[in-house]
Ligand binder design. Structure first.
Ligand code: NAP
Length: 303
């Protein structure tokens, strides 16, 4: 057991996966849970998500030695303000938000002296959300990034590190701004591009009477999966990782224009060299064990 009592605030995909993972690894003595709506709390009780589902935030965090904020990035500050007075002295507060700098700015000032703040971000997810979408294996062999804030207690960081390893993750610490830039490249900008591509295809689909959907090939289907991700979560990600996302989108647009020009001018050498370079990156990801080499991601069908 790593923590005696863990409080999960927000009971969606990440929190429910953490709960099942904690049970699998016997990482916590008792797990309490709180979600904003009575509907989600009822669902949690029905499926046995959390040892005790509480009807108030105050009750959920009372006596917890680890509190995990699993709510959308845009409401982390408000939730921290509401729970602050009820936190146990010496408790660790962490979060799983996809953006780090703005969450630190929003949450940090509310936490009382003697409570340790160790922000985190598990790099694992699916396009599903809600209390019934979680599963114990979500974090297996995935990265979890922890961020040190000024004055963070090394023992609190080490304990949270061990906790995420217990959930199956590989853990690394990273500076908040570096985290936000890396994630803008690897996750945030790609999501925006997927949302855009699906939106464009949808507009075209209306013109061509549904053919875009009917004949959708693997590339486009992968975009639709990404673009099915939770709208609230992703709105908050872009609004709170503005600087890094705009920086990456600026670079993306420049590259896109260069490729567009190569197509217009018939510059096959440019296109071929570019695609050769990107193919090597895919090989690197597979060699690093971060994805499958199976055709069509192992779905067994390219239709
Ligand atoms: P989710 O499945 O949509 O669940 C969100 C939970 O937050 C719900 O239980 C919801 O309660 C609660 N909530 C929403 N607004 C709230 C408010 N104002 N006050 C209190 N509770 C509120 O979300 P998720 O996918 O688990 O994501 C949670 C966090 O993890 C986000 O910060 C996200 O950036 C981060 N994250 C997500 C992924 C991913 O792929 N999904 C990956 C890594 C990190 P109700 O059900 O009652 O509305």
């Amino acid at each position: 057991m790593i923590y005696k009592r863990v409080a999960l605030i927000g009971l969606g995909l990440i929190a429910s996966s953490m709960f099942w993972g904690m049970k699998r690894g016997a990482l916590a003595g008792e797990v309490t849970g709180y979600a904003r709506s009575a509907e989600t709390r009822d669902t949690a009780r029905r499926i046995g998500l959390c040892d005790r589902v509480c009807d108030s935030l105050a009750e959920a965090v009372q006596g917890a030695d680890l509190v995990v904020l699993c709510v959308p990035v845009g409401v982390m500050g408000a939730v921290a303000a509401e729970m602050a007075a009820h936190l146990a002295p010496g408790a660790t507060v962490t979060d799983v938000g996809s953006v780090k700098r703005e969450v630190i700015n929003a949450v940090g000032p509310h936490l009382p002296h003697g409570v340790h703040f160790v922000p985190g971000h598990p790099l694992a997810g699916t396009e599903h959300s809600g209390p019934e979408s979680g599963f114990a294996e979500l974090f297996d062999n995935r990265w979890c990034l922890l961020v040190r804030v000024p004055g963070s207690d090394p023992q609190a960081v080490a304990q949270l590190h061990a906790f995420w390893e217990g959930l199956g993750s590989n853990v690394e610490t990273m500076d908040a701004d570096h985290h936000d830039l890396v994630l803008a490249v690897t996750s945030h900008a790609p999501h925006l591009i997927a949302y855009t591509m699906v939106g464009v295809a949808d507009d075209l689909g209306r013109v061509t009477d549904g053919e875009v959907i009917k004949y959708s090939a693997a590339g486009f289907r992968d975009f639709t999966r990404i673009a099915a991700s939770d709208p609230t979560m992703w709105r908050d990600v872009f609004l709170n990782n503005k600087k890094a996302t705009l920086e990456i989108l600026g670079r993306f647009t420049e590259e896109l224009f260069a490729l567009q020009r190569a197509i217009r001018t018939g510059d096959g050498d440019h296109l071929h060299a570019y695609f050769t370079r990107t193919r090597a990156i895919r090989r690197g990801i597979i060699e690093a064990g971060q994805d499958t080499d199976a055709p069509d991601f192992g779905r067994g069908s390219t239709r």
